[in-house]
Design a protein around this ligand. Structure first.
Ligand code: UDP
Ligand code: MG
Length: 324
């Protein structure tokens, strides 16, 4: 198998069939050997029915469908897809046709020709988003690159194609809070970035609200940096130092001038300030502990309800488990 396409789908009933057709038309005579791995991420619409239909009507045996028991998020869907991929190369692509299959062809071509690269990632050189959103996105990349050791390339999406070695490396990272932009760069491997233009969504709406994006961004920072924790140490040290200096000043004043410090306002302000700082960092600590708590439970990243095209393999696995 040359290429596996991993396609996360959440409420994409009007897109999956067209997507399937477009890819087949585009790949015709270019790549002979490729497979679709559709992951239905607990859609509430008819996506699963459409996928089942595609599976039943298939001409070649190159469709796998994984249906989740509920919505686990795009990251979980990608993870499930990668686990089932069998291709020499694996590409991750959205179901809404914003990312054209032609771009995947050029990615494959690059991997074929340039052996030094293990991954080709597409980035949007021009974003057709609102000013505010793109401002926040740029700010996010500035901050995360400042605080994290892993490098994040602004605008690089998870629209990418990589070799098997990289796929296995990504699967080996079985963390629960998945932030794939970070995972891709954490595992290393030479990556080539190519620009692409995101088309308009074919049908349906984007699943990203500002709130979801904020949460996702925070997940990214908390998963790939402990800078917020270190900040607590720095701020704490500075506060303690300032307090010492102030204490010394008051002491001298008292000794030399015998003035009583008229200090009610100062004391109240300081108590509030220190209290605020302490609570803030208690919160930061809480964020990390809550992540540890969830991870420690070792809950699965996703749960499947039904699968097509991958079932036989699983049953075999279960049988061999029983034999052991
Ligand atoms: N998606 C998913 N699970 C989710 C949200 C999104 O599998 O919880 C899929 C969605 O079906 C699409 C891709 O992830 O194929 C990208 O989502 P979307 O188009 O909403 O994001 P955008 O393109 O607006 O960034
Ligand atoms: Mg989209």
């Amino acid at each position: 198998m040359k290429l596996s396409l991993v396609i996360p789908c959440y409420n994409e009933e009007d897109n999956v069939e067209l997507f399937y057709k477009e890819v087949n038309d585009c790949f015709e005579e270019q790549i002979m050997d490729y497979e679709f791995i559709f992951v239905n991420d607990g859609s509430q619409d008819k996506t699963m029915n459409k996928l089942k239909k595609l599976y039943k009507q298939r001409e070649k045996d190159n469709i796998k469908v994984i249906g989740f028991s509920r919505n686990f998020g795009k990251e979980a869907a990608i993870y499930a897809g990668l686990q089932q991929a069998e291709g020499e190369y694996t590409a991750i692509i959205d179901a809404d046709l914003q990312q054209r299959p032609q771009v995947v062809l050029s990615m494959v071509e690059i991997l074929d020709k340039e052996e030094e690269y293990d991954c080709v990632a597409a980035f949007q050189d021009k974003r057709n988003e609102g000013m505010i959103l793109s401002f926040f996105k740029r700010a996010f990349y500035k901050i995360i690159n400042m605080v994290a050791d892993t490098k994040f390339v602004s605008g690089a999406s998870d629209f990418r194609c990589f070799r098997k070695n990289m796929r296995l490396a990504i699967i080996s990272m079985s963390e629960y809070h998945r932030f794939s932009k970070g995972i891709f760069s954490w595992v290393g491997f030479e990556t080539k970035y190519i620009p692409y233009k995101a088309e308009k969504r074919n049908a349906g709406t984007s699943k990203w609200s500002f709130r979801k994006l904020y949460k996702y961004g925070m997940d990214g920072i908390l998963s790939f940096s402990i800078a917020p924790l270190k900040l607590a140490t720095y701020v704490g040290t500075i506060c303690a130092f300032l307090a010492l200096v102030y204490m010394f000043v008051i002491f001298l004043q008292k000794l030399m001038f015998g003035i009583d410090v008229p200090g009610h306002a100062t004391v109240v302000t300081l108590i509030l300030f220190i209290g605020g700082v302490q609570l803030f960092f208690l919160g930061v600590l809480g964020e990390y502990i809550s992540k540890m708590y969830i991870q420690e439970k070792k809950r699965p990243i996703y749960i499947t309800r039904e699968t097509f095209g991958v079932a036989e393999k699983k049953e075999e696995d279960e049988l061999s488990d029983k034999k052991e």
